[in-house]
Design a binder for this molecule. Structure first.
Ligand code: DGL
Length: 280
């Protein structure tokens, strides 16, 4: 018998994919959700293109073998913009990739100036240039790449004190750049950054439309899987680095995760349960 409840694996380098996970979980579809973080390799934004093109498809193939999802969400702009074709060629299940929300940003801007906040890798990718050429040819796009904001989001979800410097640097990088004074929409093109929207909005010089891809991805997943209406069920979260996981439990437990796994090193990426029920 075919399982009516489809299983989705949400993947990111770290906790950023939780911004996409949250949108899928809230979308009102009866889906079973797994999460995997390649946090041993965090941040992806400072890895080379060839390293990511080799590692991400191999890791996802092993997770698909072990966890049997019906679809995979690459909830990482940095991985998607360089390895989505390689991941799709590798996997036999549908793959939904998160890429910079340039198209909706172009539709929403009134000034014609869009801010693009992403990792250092994503802002310079040919994929990103192509999106801008295709969907925002008549707009001006001010780009800023930050690995520090990725770290800031990781710290926030671990409950560590915030370092306002990363936020301030990003705001200066966008609004202080040539043309930056006209920015009215900011595309959050790294899945870590929606986890910091409140902090970013508080540091911005004026009200801004903050755009992320979460809800669009949730709609896409439901369409691809022809998902039934209902409540999402959370299954397990795996990490390539399970050290200091206790700091991350609260953020994952708050989202309903109770089972955690250690994903072993390449090339086996063997996923072994750490706890079936995380400590309170
Ligand atoms: N969350 C990832 C993204 O959407 C990248 C974070 C990292 O650099 O590892 O781009």
């Amino acid at each position: 018998m075919v399982n009516a409840v489809k299983r989705v694996l949400v993947f990111d380098s770290g906790v950023g994919g939780l911004s996409v996970f949250d949108a899928i979980a809230a979308s009102g579809h009866a889906l079973e959700l797994d999460y995997a973080a390649d946090n041993a390799w965090l941040p992806y934004g400072l890895k080379s293109d060839s390293e990511l093109r080799a590692r991400v498809p191999a890791l996802l193939q092993r997770l698909v073998d072990q966890w049997a999802p019906d679809a995979v969400v690459v909830a990482c702009n940095t991985a998607s913009t360089i390895a989505l074709d390689a991941v799709r060629a590798q996997l036999s299940v549908p793959v939904v990739g998160v890429v910079p929300p340039i198209k909706p940003a172009a539709a929403l801007t009134r000034t014609g100036v869009i801010g693009l906040l992403a990792t250092p890798a994503t802002v310079r990718r040919a994929y990103t240039n192509d999106l801008i050429a295709q969907f925002a040819p008549d707009k001006s796009v001010v780009r800023f790449g930050s690995a520090a904001l990725v770290e800031a989001a990781e710290r926030k979800l671990r409950g560590a004190p915030q370092d306002p410097a990363a936020i301030a640097e990003a705001m200066e990088g966008l609004f202080g750049a040539p043309g930056g004074a006209e920015i009215d929409v900011i595309a959050l093109a790294c899945t870590h950054f929606p986890l910091l929207t409140a902090e970013l909005a508080a540091a911005a010089p004026r009200p801004i439309v903050w755009l992320d891809s979460g809800e669009a991805i949730a709609r896409r997943v439901a369409n691809v899987l022809i998902a039934e209406p209902g409540a999402a069920r959370v299954r397990r979260a795996g990490f390539t680095d399970a050290g200091n996981l206790s700091e991350l439990y609260p953020a994952f437990r708050a989202r309903g995760f109770e089972a955690f796994a250690q994903i072993g090193p390449a090339p086996g990426f063997e996923a072994a349960p750490i706890v079936d029920s995380a400590p309170a």
